[in-house]
Design a protein around this ligand. Sequence first.
Ligand code: C2E
Ligand code: MG
Ligand code: MG
Ligand code: MG
Length: 291
Amino acid sequence: YAKDSGRNTYCFYTKQMNSDGMEQMWLQGQLSGGLKNRELRLHYQPQIDLSRGCIAGVEALLRWEHPERGMISPARFIPLAERSGLIIPIGEWVLNEACRQAKAWFDEGHPLVVAVNLSVLQFKRGNLLETVTHALEDSGLPPSLLELELTESILLQDQEAAIKTIAELKERGVKLSIDDFGTGYSSLSYLKRLAVDKLKIDQSFVRDLASNPEDAAIARAIILLGHTLQLTVIAEGVETKAQLDFLKNEGCDEVQGFYFSRPVPAAEVAGWFARDVSPFPGDSGRVLQNA
Ligand code: C2E
Ligand code: MG
Ligand code: MG
Ligand code: MG
């Protein structure tokens, strides 16, 4: 009897696993078609410079518009792309597209820094330096307007190789930031060896900033650490005035989050420019008004 029920449980579990696995395999298969059929898009989210009260740059965030499933989140398909290796051509597409778009804004008189997320696999397997160099040369974007967002996990692999690649990228003139800072496993000693420009305070520390003293202490400590090392500090996931006020008060340099804007298609970014006329346009658009 017990054996029977055990087996049933097992069967049920297996079916569940299989259907999850099937779904994943199906999506994984769809993704290469998605890349070829131009179903991938970049959305852009503003990064607000608090001292100047203007948009310093944008983060490029990948979207997949599946013809039947609709918009699929990167949290869902990036892990699949990493598993299949497809993140290499996808990452290359992202770099090219982000540079092309940033150059178009630059040519229109809006020199925005565009920040691009990199996967660990691009460091390990792709010839990242070549890909970045090619994206810059092909688009004509000044290298200082490209920022690469790395995570601490890059250093868990081959640390020496990663440090070398990062140094070469820096020589190329691009900016570097550490994304989700404080959530990784690396020791802080890498900050000394990596020529990064910016720390991004992870949104998990920002969420309860106003109510949780531990989160407030961590955010404050990251700002202090960054400034001591002469780095720019940006907070991500800013959704409320209370979070913004805290960060402003602690001297955080930049903020990014739904309070200002969700990630939007490139065409909507033009709307921000129209309002980005004076450093503190008190009565104009929402993005800057909130700063
Ligand atoms: P991330 O780089 O840490 O990006 C921040 C995520 O937080 C984005 O989710 C963004 O839409 C979301 N976000 C921004 N402001 C707020 C806010 O105020 N509140 C909340 N709750 N969320 C906010 P998204 O676009 O779904 O991207 C998720 C992750 O997928 C990214 O995290 C990044 O790790 C990865 N990703 C996105 N695009 C790319 C890409 O082109 N290449 C690679 N390798 N990874 C990417
Ligand atoms: Mg990011
Ligand atoms: Mg992040
Ligand atoms: Mg994240």
